[in-house]
Each structure stands twice: as structure tokens, then as C-alpha cells.
Design a protein around this ligand. Structure first.
Ligand code: GLN
Length: 475
């Protein structure tokens, strides 16, 4: 019998190829485990048993017929913001309750073509707005490391599922840290690809110029494997980049000789939990031991990152969410007297508090009297931050930093303090502003809580950060 909780993609493929297990057996075992244990964590919003088992039977038949696929027969959990044809996709919002996707997101279609199975949808902050998954309209997800704590967010359901062993691997999305920070809190690996690396077609938009889908896995190798499958230019997304996709798994050698790693001093500010600092320091020392050159660098514009991010993110959110009006998607309010009344009633009932706050903020920063002062200035600041990273990467192949100033938040701790919550994103939003890639790898602990380190790399150099992350994982 296999140890399903600790099974990763690489291990599952070995068992499937050798015939020790079937995909149906694997999928059924996972479904049983989720049913038995997910009530402790609330990681999943929906399970699609019949569909998953039918897909698994199809994968077994293909394998028996000698067909291959990089993910043939592997069940993957999907954040409820990515469209999977025929499955409900709520984005954690009442306004999309019961909405069934008529098509696959491109990232999903690519996984499907490689043989992956979509067994369920994971909880998230409503429309990916948040850092704790407490903004979900449906349920509070708990951190498997300690269930008094949040799993992080917004991809908290995917992180908790992988961290608890209730998923072999999952997909999340990252607009300002939503893959990396929950991965850090739940003790799994999370990869935010460079902007344009993975098609956004079928990823319900929060902030289109930051959003990226990426893997959340048990190992760096699995993240590399999933990215290989998901990445690439797509005719349906003009912002996807026509850049070759390397075979990332081939770069995982464990040897960091010849690499230079920058340590930006602005990421080591007062107020960081000492255990977080110690963990990051230990990872840096390990990289030096493995042959990397460590270099102190400076990114002085880091101070402006949170303000810049929250202006641009809310501005784009306010326009992106305008489409949820009760006419085209999901829920529609009863008893409206005219179209404007219908919009008002549907949005008032359908959106949660945080989403409304951001729509209002975004509408304000885009309004004619304030556009130049807020949105225009934020775009200028973003360009400067991007240039600052480009310049810094002339002297290093990657950077190592903390992910979150603290190892976790208790459930309810930040309920009435959105600003404090926003400030916790300080180390993750810069990668989205600059369009670069970032990886979160578990490297330490504070009591039960897991602590990860962040490895940032230049745009389209995911191989650099995966190589470092894998080397650290080998410890
Ligand atoms: N916590 C950040 C926010 O609320 C990031 C969210 C995300 O990456 N989706 O905007």
C-alpha cells in the first residue's frame, strides 16, 4: 500500500508506470481521504468525484494502450478561480455560486492534454483578494500545521490541501503573493511564474497586469514539472510571452557553483519575527556552502511597493469586476425594477465586504480628479521598481528574502484591520510589480508553524530559482 499523504507527482508516476497502482485507485484513495479528513481543514469547496473517476479510468486505459503523458493519471486540485470545463467556478464569491465553466482555462487545457485529472476545487479569498482565505464567502480554511491559524491566502485552500496531504499537487494564482505566502504558511512549495509565462486565459481576472497561475506542490521538482506543462505562449492571451519553455527539471542539479545570489537589505527590516530571519539566514548560508556567491544588494524603492501595488490592483479590480452585474454570470438579484437597480441589488448581495472595499478604492483612484495623483503616479512608480529589479539582476542570478514578516496569523486576528493585512504583503508584491518570478520553499519552523524562504529570479529565468530551491530542499 502506498503512503498517499506523502505521495508527490514524481512518486505517483513511478507507481503508475510500474503498475503498482492505477489512476482510479489513486483518485479513489484521495477522494476517501478528503472525505475522511477535510472537515478538519475545509480546504476543498467542491469535489467532482464522478468526473474525476471517469477521467482516471480514461488515463488507465491510455496507459494500458501504451500512451504516455507527463501527468498521465495524476489528480490535481484547482483553486476555484481557474475555469475547468463543466465544473463550478465560484471564485470564493456568492455572486458566482453555481456558475459552471463552459470552457477550460489554457493552463487547465495543457494539464488535461498531459493527462492530469481535476478532482476538486479549493477554497480562496473572494476573487483572490486577501492573505488569509478568510474572505471566502463559503468557509474558513485552517492551516494543517496548526488549525488555530489561517492557511494564508488567497490560495489557502490549495496550500492547505497540499500541506495536509489531501492533494498530490494543486494550482494557485498569484497577484501579489497568493501562491508564495500560503505555500510558506502551510509548508509546501509555491511557484509564481514570470508575468506572461503562463496564459491567463480562463483565469478569472483580479488584476490582469499582475495575475499568474502557478504550481503548489510537495517538492520543487514537481513544481518544475507542472510549470513545464502549463507554460507557453497562447493565442488567447496577448500578454503571454513567445519565450521558449526550458525543461526545468533538467536544471535541478543540486550544485550552485557559479551562481550569484543577491540579498536585498530592504527585505530585512525591523519587526520581522526572529525565527523568520534565522530561517532565511540559514538558507543563505546553505546556498554559500553549495557554491553560490552571496552578494549584498539594495532595492531602495521597496518602501513604495505596497502603496503602488494596492493602487494598481484595486484600480484593475474595479474594472474587471464590473462584469459581474447579474446579467451575464452567476447570481441575479430578485425584484429589480430596471437595469441599474438590477446591478445595484446583485452586487450589493453578491460581493463581500473586502471586494466592495477594493472596488470603491479602485474606482476612487481612477476617477478623473484623482487619476494623475494616484493611478498615474502608481504606474510611474511601478516602472521604476521594474527598472530597479532589472538593474539589480545585472549583478545576480537570483535573490533570497523572507516571504512574510511573521510565520502566521491566528484565525480572526486581522478581521478588523485591512491595512495591517495589506502591509503583510510587503515581500511578495514586488515580484508582481516587476513581472519577475518567485518561489517559496519550506526551510524552517516556529513551533508547529512552517516558515519558507523566497527565491526571486529575473523574468523568464524560472530555472534559476527552481535550481536553488531544489538544492535547498535536498539540505
Ligand atoms: N494579498 C494580496 C491581495 O490581497 C495578494 C492577493 C493575490 O496574490 N491574489 O491583493
Amino acid at each position: 500500500m502506498f503512503d498517499i499523504k506523502n505521495l508527490d507527482i514524481t512518486g505517483a508516476l513511478v507507481l503508475l508506470d510500474s503498475g503498482e497502482i492505477t489512476s482510479v485507485g489513486l483518485t479513489q484513495a484521495l477522494i476517501d481521504l478528503i472525505k475522511a479528513e477535510d472537515s478538519k481543514y475545509n480546504a476543498y469547496l467542491t469535489l467532482d468525484e464522478e468526473y474525476a473517476l471517469a477521467q482516471a479510468a480514461g488515463a488507465d486505459a491510455k496507459r494500458a494502450a501504451g500512451e504516455t503523458g507527463k501527468l498521465l493519471g495524476i489528480p490535481v486540485a484547482i483553486k476555484d478561480v481557474l475555469n475547468v470545463e463543466g465544473q463550478v467556478c465560484t471564485c470564493g464569491s456568492k455572486i458566482l455560486e453555481g456558475y459552471v465553466s463552459p470552457y477550460d482555462a489554457t493552463a487547465i487545457a495543457k494539464l488535461r492534454a498531459a493527462g492530469a485529472i481535476f478532482l476538486g476545487r479549493t477554497n480562496m479569498d473572494e476573487f483572490a483578494m486577501g492573505s488569509t482565505t478568510e474572505n471566502s464567502a463559503f468557509q474558513v480554511t485552517k492551516n494543517p500545521c496548526n488549525t488555530d491559524y489561517v492557511p494564508g491566502g488567497s490560495s489557502g485552500g490549495s496550500a492547505a490541501a497540499v500541506g495536509a496531504g489531501l492533494a498530490i499537487a494543486a494550482l494557485g494564482t498569484d497577484t501579489g503573493g497568493s501562491i508564495r505566502q500560503p505555500a510558506c504558511f502551510c509548508g509546501c512549495v509555491g511557484l509564481k511564474p514570470s508575468y506572461g509565462r503562463v496564459s491567463r486565459f480562463g483565469l478569472t481576472a483580479y488584476c490582469s497586469s499582475f495575475d499568474q497561475a502557478g504550481p503548489m506542490t510537495k517538492t520543487v521538482k514537481d513544481a518544475a514539472l507542472l510549470l513545464e506543462v502549463m507554460a507557453g505562449v497562447d493565442e488567447y492571451d496577448a500578454s503571454s510571452a513567445p519565450v521558449d519553455v526550458p525543461e526545468y527539471t533538467k536544471h535541478l542539479t543540486g550544485d550552485l557553483t557559479g551562481m550569484t545570489i543577491g540579498i536585498p537589505k530592504e527585505y530585512f527590516i525591523d519587526g520581522i519575527d526572529p525565527e523568520v530571519s534565522r530561517t532565511v539566514k540559514a538558507a543563505i548560508d546553505k546556498c554559500a556552502e553549495l557554491g553560490a556567491e552571496i552578494k549584498d544588494i539594495s532595492l531602495p524603492l521597496t518602501d513604495y511597493a505596497i502603496a503602488t501595488y494596492y493602487i494598481i490592483a484595486t484600480a484593475e479590480a474595479s474594472t474587471n469586476l464590473a462584469r459581474f452585474d447579474g446579467v451575464r454570470y452567476g447570481a441575479r438579484a430578485e425584484g429589480a425594477t430596471d437595469p441599474i437597480d438590477l446591478y445595484k441589488k446583485t452586487k450589493a448581495a453578491g460581493f463581500g465586504e473586502e471586494v466592495k472595499r477594493r472596488i470603491i478604492l479602485g474606482t476612487y483612484v481612477l476617477s478623473s480628479g484623482y487619476y494623475d495623483a494616484y493611478y498615474g503616479s502608481a504606474q510611474k512608480a511601478r516602472t521604476l521598481i521594474m527598472q530597479e529589479f532589472d538593474k539589480a539582476f545585472e549583478d545576480c542570478d537570483a535573490m533570497i528574502t523572507p516571504i512574510s514578516p511573521v510565520p502566521g496569523y491566528k484565525i480572526g486576528e486581522n478581521e478588523n484591520d485591512p491595512l495591517k493585512m495589506y502591509l503583510g504583503d510587503i515581500f511578495t508584491v514586488t515580484a508582481n510589480l516587476a513581472g519577475i518570478c518567485g518561489l517559496s520553499v519550506p526551510y524552517g519552523k516556529k513551533d508547529d508553524l512552517s516558515i519558507g524562504v523566497q527565491i526571486l529570479g529575473p523574468a523568464f529565468k524560472e530555472e534559476n530559482i527552481l535550481k536553488i530551491g531544489d538544492a535547498l530542499e535536498r539540505k
